[in-house]
Design a protein around this ligand. Sequence first.
Ligand code: ADP
Ligand code: MG
Length: 483
Amino acid sequence: MTIYDKYEAVIGLEVHIQLLTHSKAYSSDSAEYGALPNTHVSPVTLGHPGTLPKANKRVIEFAVRLGLALNCDITKENIYARKNYFYADLPKGYQITQDKTPICTGGQVTIKDKNGSEKRVNITRIHMEEDAGKSIHDQDPFDSLIDLNRAGVPLLEVVSEPEIKNAEEAYSYVTEIRKLVRHLDICDGNMEEGSMRCDANVSVMLKGSATFGRRVEVKNMNSIRNVKLAIDHEIIRQIDLIEAGGIVDQDTRSFDAVKGITFSLRSKEMANDYRYFPEPDLQPVIVTQDYIEKVRVSLPPLPDELFRKYKKELSLSDYDAAFLTETKSIALYFEDLVSKTKNYKAAANWMMGAVKNHLNENAIAIGQFPISTHTMAALIELVDNGTVSSTVATQTIFPALLASTDKTPLQIAEEMNLIQESGTDALQELVCQALAKFPEKVAEYKSGKTGLIGLFMGEVMKLSKGKADPKIANELMKKELEK
Ligand code: ADP
Ligand code: MG
C-alpha cells in the first residue's frame, strides 16, 4: 500500500466541439478551417456598432442531434447570453453563449471502466457558444499575431458531472464523444487541429470522503492520450502536495506534453467575473417537440446501438464489434454487407482482415474501397457453397477483384481456373496419386504415426494446385488409409 492508495480522484470534463457548419454561429462568414488569416471576418464577427448577429439554424440542429444521441432533455426556450471579458482575440469584448438555459441537460455517456465493464457518466449540460479568434505567439519574434477567422465559429460545450474516477475512464469518455460526433457528422473530432478540445477538472480526496477536494482545471491537451497523461500526472502531483503538508491551489493549468507535466497559467482568485447577461441582440430560440422529433428520425444508427447489436444479434466478439463501430463509414459498409449475407462472422472476418489491410496499405478510407458489398457478399457465398476454398478467396480472388471490380467472384474463379475440386471421383484419383508417392510413409502411418496425414494432404493440395476441397479430400484420404 502506497500513499497514493489512500486517495481517490474526482474528475469532470468539459469538451468543446467545433461544429462542421458552413458559416459561423451568428454571422454568414465562412467557418472553414485553414483559410488565409483574417479573410473570414465581417463587421458582424468584429461586433462593429450597428451590426446584428443572427443565429445559425444548423447549430441548433447539431446541438439537438448530439443531445438526442446522448439521451439529454432538450431545452425548449433557449436564451442567449453574453459572457464579457477582454482579450486581443475577442474583438467584440464578449462571447455569445448560453448561461441559464443550456440547450441540453441530463443525458449520459456510456464508457468502459478499468475492468472493461460499462459505466454511465452523467452530463450536466451542453450549451451553444462561439469560439474566439486565435493568438499566434510563435511565428513572429517580436509580436503576437491574431487570426480572427475562428472568431464566431460555432461550438458546443459538453460538461460532465464530476463522476469520472481515473485517467482511463477520462480517455474512454473523450473517445466515446469523439466517435459519436463523427458519427453524427457534426464535428471532425480532430483534437490535433483543435476542432475538439477538452479541459479536465481534477481533484483528489481521501478514499470514501464525503467532500470533494479543491479542483484544478487543466487545459491544452491536443490528443486523447495527452488528456490521460495530464490527468495521471495531476493526480500524483496533488497527492504529493497534500502529503507534503501543502494545499491544492484552485488554479487553471496547462499541460506540457514534452515534459509530461502541468504548470499553472492563472489562479482562480484572479478568475474573471464574466458578468453574464441575456444577449439583447438575439431573440430566444424556441425548439418545438415537432422539431425534436424531426431531428430524431434523421439520426444515423449510433455506434453504441450498433455495438450492442453486433454482439447480441450477430454474436461478434467485443473486439470485432468495437472495430466495426469505431468509424461510421466502416459501420455503414458492414451494415450493408450483413444485409446481403447471413454469414456475419465471415463478413466480420473480411472486414477485420483483407479489407482493413487493403485500406491501411493504401492509406484510404472505406469510401474509396472499390469492391461493392454486393460483390463481397457473393465472395462469401462462393466460399460457403464450397466453390472455392477460403485461402483461394483471400489470396487470389480478392486481389483480382480489386483489379477488376466489374467482374463477379465466380467469373474470376472460372477465368483463373480456381473452382475447387469437390467431385469425389477426381479427388479420389488425387488421393491415390498422393499416397502412391510415399509408400514407406503410408506404412509408418498405418503403424501409428497418424501425424503423417498432413504430408499426404499437402501433396493432394499440390497436385490440385490448391483447388481440392480440403474437407472432402481429408475424408477420402482417411478412408483410403484404413483400407
Ligand atoms: P467552470 O466555469 O468553473 O469551468 P463549469 O461548470 O464549466 O465550471 O465546469 C465545472 C466542471 O468541473 C464540471 O465538469 C464538473 O463536473 C467539474 N467539477 C466540479 N467540482 C469538481 C471537483 N471537486 N473535482 C473535479 N471536478 C469537479
Ligand atoms: Mg471550466
